[in-house]
Design a protein around this ligand. Structure first.
Ligand SMILES: O=C(O)c1ccc[n+]([C@@H]2O[C@H](COP(=O)([O-])O)[C@@H](O)[C@H]2O)c1
Ligand SMILES: Cc1cc2nc[nH]c2cc1C
Length: 347
């Protein structure tokens, strides 16, 4: 695979951005995390007056052969049914994206169903789902590379149409198992620390899922040392396409909004391919999925929200978007001590 060229942030503007932030009519630091966000936006865009244009929510969907091992309480068909729900506008992500003014693209990366064409649907099926990774690599090397490259092109296309904020979401029954396996492999953590209840496994189901992930890691042990090989052997098609799209977004200096556990696992993979991708990432929330907090810590990421969401679809990213808007808006619209005639010196 050709490694994408991603610029690390040029921090030359940091002092001027921080000065602008500090001159706003507020006590120093009083806008909390919004101040760090404003600084990040300014550095990504290399301007003192950052603007957010045409935010797009990209929801990547695919199926997972590992569901045959009983790792999800829901049947595989729910992936396809939820894609239809997205296209009809009735899912949580439709509601929240509408609420914050984001367009949605639903990307079929590998759902086990043939969809009729639809204006919201981007059909880029690489396979009808992954193989059961207890028995075989989740994908072939060619499939994995194809998914990454399509993802990168999709991000480039959205940015070429005028977006400078790409939000990421996903749908795929079984994908918390693939995400946990990737986390365990790339962070060298025991399965137990990475596996959670997903859509709602009971205690026995959780134990079975831990056992399955341990077996998967053992089966592919000799292929887990590089991020690409780990992705190919224990990942998922939507995870691979998201990782590619995240790399593509960073290549073009767009802001990347990372949703929950599965999106963060995709960012983990992307960051092990090109670490500079992290400069463009905003981690929007800490999901209720056991393992997400530890994964965020491994990436030294501080999530914006921690409100117990564990839905996926991009819901956390959509809900956090107004915080990004607030960061850009205060930079552009808030008075400075000088312009408002407020005494900016503390006693
Ligand atoms: O984003 C999260 O943190 C998250 C946590 C738990 C579940 N999910 C969603 O639930 C599905 C995967 O759950 P499971 O139990 O089938 O592996 C998939 O469609 C995800 O979008 C998502
Ligand atoms: C109903 C349902 C909706 C979802 N959205 C994302 N993952 C999901 C899993 C299920 C089961």
């Amino acid at each position: 695979m050709q490694i994408p060229d991603i610029q690390t942030l040029d921090r030359g503007l940091s002092a001027a951005l921080q000065h602008k932030i500090d001159q706003k009519t507020k006590p120093l630091g009083a806008l909390g995390r919004l101040e760090g966000l404003a600084l990040q936006l300014g550095l990504i865009q290399q301007r003192l007056d950052p603007v957010l244009r045409q935010p797009v929510m990209m929801v990547f969907a695919a199926d997972h052969g590992i569901v045959a091992a009983g790792v999800s309480p829901y049947p595989q068909a729910v992936t396809m049914q939820m894609v239809l729900n997205f296209l009809q506008g009735g899912a949580a992500i439709n509601v929240f994206a509408r609420q914050v003014g984001m367009d949605i693209r639903v990307v079929d990366a590998g759902v086990n169903h043939d969809f009729a064409p639809h204006p919201m649907l981007l059909s880029h099926k690489v396979a009808m789902g992954t193989q059961n990774m207890l028995q075989a690599p989740a994908m072939s090397e060619a499939e994995c590379e194809k998914a990454i490259n399509i993802g990168r092109q999709l991000a480039h296309a959205e940015i070429a149409k005028g977006s400078n904020v790409l939000a990421f979401g996903e749908m795929g029954i079984g994908n918390t198992t693939a995400a946990a396996a990737l986390m365990a492999a790339l962070c060298q953590l025991p399965a137990q620390a990475c596996v959670g209840r997903g859509t709602g496994l009971d205690d026995a189901g959780l134990q079975r899922k831990v056992d399955v992930v341990e077996q998967v890691l053992q089966h592919h042990a000799s292929h887990l040392h590089s991020p690409l090989s780990a992705l190919q052997h224990v990942g998922g098609l939507e995870i691979a396409m998201m990782a590619g799209a995240m790399l593509g977004a960073a290549q073009k200096q767009a802001v990347i909004l990372v949703d929950g556990f599965i999106c963060t696992a995709a960012m983990l993979v992307a960051s092990r391919i090109v670490p500079a991708v992290l400069d463009y990432a905003v981690f929007t929330h800490c999901s209720g999925e056991q393992g997400h907090r530890r994964l965020l810590q491994a990436l030294q990421a501080e999530p914006l929200l921690d409100i117990g969401l564990r839905l996926g679809e991009g819901t956390g990213a959509a809900l956090a978007y107004p915080l990004l808007q607030a960061a850009a808006n205060f930079m552009n619209e808030m008075a400075s001590f000088e312009s408002a005639g407020v005494d900016g010196k503390s006693a």
